[in-house]
Design a protein around this ligand. Sequence first.
Ligand code: DQA
Length: 143
Amino acid sequence: MAEAWVLNGPNLGRLGRRQPEIYGSTTYQELVGLCEGWGRGLGLEVEVRQTNHEGLLLDWLNEAADRAVPVVLNAAAWTHYSYAVYDACAQLTAPLVEVHLSDPARRPEAFRHTSLVTPHAAAVVAGHGVEGYRLALEALVAR
Ligand code: DQA
């Protein structure tokens, strides 16, 4: 079965408890199970990871580049200011799909209106909550 990684950045491990009015009530553990199931349905072996440590995300992206693993990435707040994440995404060799639970472009904070991931993404899915991860996996398969 083809492999794909779903990589999540800071604070997403608290999904379900973190500002549910914005991010929904599905827990991170539930999201993991959903992504694995959606992946199986698409013929993908999906591995879901989350970290609050930027260097670890960079290590994962570097490994994805070396091994040509397709990636669905929710870089969370790093999306908006991390040039290291920008550089790591730039060297990916397999498709990258950017996902966000909320739609950062429609949120009031101006800092959310910039994405350093989008320039390298084959597709962007935003504002569809947890369901967006299913759409992102489908977009990955379509590439
Ligand atoms: C987010 C949007 C980001 O602006 C925010 O910093 C997050 C989550 C989302 O999934 O909606 O942590 O990436």
